[in-house]
Design a protein around this ligand. Structure first.
Ligand code: GNR
Ligand code: NI
Length: 166
């Protein structure tokens, strides 16, 4: 068990495209377990492997209030999405203290492998739908601020630079 360190925006490593997991073995299960621990320690609702500098398609999520219902998604894919969109105020552990509205499909169907390497599918709405889309973006090298205007992205970069100086 280990707490991993989270890469902060703007860091080029956050734009790496993660590779598919070929076999779900002990190595992958250990990464997922460490990611769950790291997510809880950071009070996040989700974490993508990209954020801890591991460029493999692994995501962990816990949208429960009790923080005892972690879900693991290996090689997650969005296989269906609603036409209806929804606005949600998003934040990201890689972009501390920045929150802004992103518009995404309201509901998504996701296919992934579990920790036993078995395929499962799940229909998601509300926070789980938002979070899984946010996490799959990370695996594709995309940070949520890239859904915002260039002006906002520039402001966010200078805000983070100031945070780093403080
Ligand atoms: O903790 C998180 N909260 C959150 C809130 C709204 C939309 C997405 C998220 S994900 C974020 C954790 C994180 O950075 N995951 O990549
Ligand atoms: Ni994030």
């Amino acid at each position: 068990m280990a707490i991993l360190s989270i890469i902060k925006f703007p860091d080029a490593r956050l734009h790496t495209i993660a590779k598919a997991v070929k076999v779900v073995d002990e190595r992958v299960r250990t990464i997922a377990q460490d990611m769950i621990e790291t997510m809880y320690e950071a009070n996040g609702v989700g974490l993508a492997a990209t954020q801890v500098d591991i460029h493999e398609r692994i995501v962990v999520v816990d949208v429960s209030d009790e923080r005892n219902a972690a879900q693991v998604f290996i090689n997650p894919e969005i296989i269906g999405q609603s036409i209806e969109k929804k606005e949600w105020e998003e934040g990201c552990l890689s972009v501390p203290e920045v929150y802004d509205i992103v518009t995404r499909p309201d509901r998504v169907r996701v296919r992934a492998l579990n920790l036993d390497g078995e395929v499962f599918e799940i229909d998601c709405d509300e926070l789980l739908a938002v979070c899984l889309q946010h996490e799959i973006d990370h695996l594709n090298g995309k940070v949520f601020v890239q859904h915002l205007s260039r002006l906002k992205q520039t402001r966010i970069k200078s805000k983070i630079k100031k945070q780093a100086q403080a």
